[in-house]
Ligand binder design. Structure first.
Ligand SMILES: COc1cccc(CC(=N)NC(=O)c2cccnc2OC2CCNCC2)c1
Length: 389
């Protein structure tokens, strides 16, 4: 009953957990394009499908406002993600994107956008297979249309449109448990502006802690301390690609970045993504890299603040600098840029800096999923080299 829809889908089923007789790899074979359903799935009669042109400012604003008012909230409904328009344009238009995968549902009469789901193409390596996948994200149904079973038909429709491009696997995350996570990550937060975080209820004053003691505890230098630490520039794309590919090769599931991908996903974009590297003052080699993306949250029901400015750890590689020092420099520059909090998942080698750099555990988990691809056994978060936005 609980997973009526997911029990009909080619995903790892709970009943199959531990059954090592099942082979690793695609659950269902690819089918000839002629056998893919040519017409869209049926919606309830008052709604219709629409394809969202994110290049159009009006359409981008409609998607932005739908998400701003109806997308994911924390478990205590105190915060709601507030992805910016520029962020959405970046997230939805990587190299090789398909506009047909930016799917809206609108009311036939008012033409108001009431739901959205998106996919972008990505090459993801699973063990030693690089698989073309769709990264599915931003599934959002207007609060007033919940429990009308719209989500399953939207998932089927984006799957159909992905199949039409001859892609048969997908990756997605959720804060809820569905059949069946490939890994479950813990999220962690590092206070940068503890007074605001406590005022808005994101954090609580520690036992036997005063506010001034807390502010002192989280204080950071005014400037990064690593010699050669600087913003990434276009000329750095080849070196950063080499650094990243080498680092990510150790993880069981990871993004298979090429220079084209690195240029899109990792070159700094104001208020969207920030990336820094360490250029050795002696050799001028690029030896280390860190990055974080900008995802503010609307603060629900606080009289003094409207927005929580949050940075989210993205991809980080340390080969010469200590990972601790590199990530501390990332905290320093994010504080300088006015962020209130720096968030990270316990993926890749992040576990090694979380406690030392005064991150506290969040109160939720993020589950990662693959569609139509079975893993023999789940991964530890430390074996995952994939960060979804
Ligand atoms: C602070 O404002 C929030 C607003 C909405 C939800 C949450 C809790 C939450 N669900 N956090 C995460 O999922 C999360 C925590 C740390 C790092 N990445 C995360 O999620 C990313 C990746 C998945 N898509 C959303 C952003 C917090």
């Amino acid at each position: 009953k609980t997973h009526k829809f997911w029990e009909t889908q080619p995903v790892g089923q709970f009943k199959d957990i531990g059954d090592t007789s099942l082979p690793e790899g695609p659950i269902e074979p690819a089918t000839p394009l002629s056998e893919v359903k040519q017409e869209p799935y049926n919606l309830p009669s008052v709604y219709e499908w629409t394809t969202c042109d994110m290049n159009s400012d009006d359409m981008c604003s409609e998607v932005y406002n739908l998400l701003k008012n109806n997308y994911v909230e924390d478990d205590e409904n105190m915060f709601r993600f507030n992805y910016s328009k520029e962020f959405l344009r970046w997230a939805l238009r990587p190299p090789g994107y398909y506009q047909s995968w930016h799917i809206g549902v609108q009311a036939k009469t008012s033409k108001k956008l009431v739901a959205f789901i998106s996919g972008v193409p990505a090459r993801i390596r699973v063990r030693d297979e690089v698989v073309k996948m769709a990264e599915i994200n931003f599934l959002c149904v207007h609060k007033k249309l919940r429990s009308k079973r719209l989500a399953p038909v939207m998932i089927k429709e984006v799957t159909r449109r992905v199949h039409l491009e001859n892609i048969w696997q997908a990756a997605y995350t959720a804060g809820v448990i569905l059949p069946t996570p490939i890994t479950t990550c813990q999220y962690w937060h590092r206070s940068l502006n503890p007074k605001k975080l406590i005022d808005v209820g994101f954090s609580r004053l520690g036992a036997r802690m005063t506010m001034s003691r807390t502010i002192k505890l989280y204080k950071l230098p005014d400037a990064p301390i690593t010699p050669g630490f600087r913003k990434m520039e276009p000329r750095d794309v080849p070196a950063v690609t080499r650094l990243l590919r080498n680092y990510l090769s150790q993880f069981g599931v990871a993004t298979d970045f090429d220079e084209n991908d690195v240029e899109h996903w990792l070159l700094p974009r104001e208020d969207v993504v920030d990336s820094y590297l360490v250029e050795s003052p002696e050799t001028h080699d690029v030896t280390d890299f860190c990055s974080f993306y900008t995802l503010p949250s609307t603060i629900l029901g606080n009289p003094n603040y409207t927005t929580l400015k949050a940075a989210y750890s993205y991809y980080n590689v340390a080969t010469q600098t200590s990972f601790l020092q590199l990530m501390n420099d990332a905290l320093i520059v994010s504080k300088q840029k006015g962020f209130d909090v720096f968030n990270a998942l316990d993926v890749m080698h992040n576990e090694s800096f979380l406690k030392e750099l005064k991150f506290g555990p969040g109160d939720g988990q993020l589950h990662y999923y693959l569609y139509n691809y079975r893993l023999k056994s789940a991964l530890k978060p430390a074996e995952l080299g994939l960060v979804l936005l």
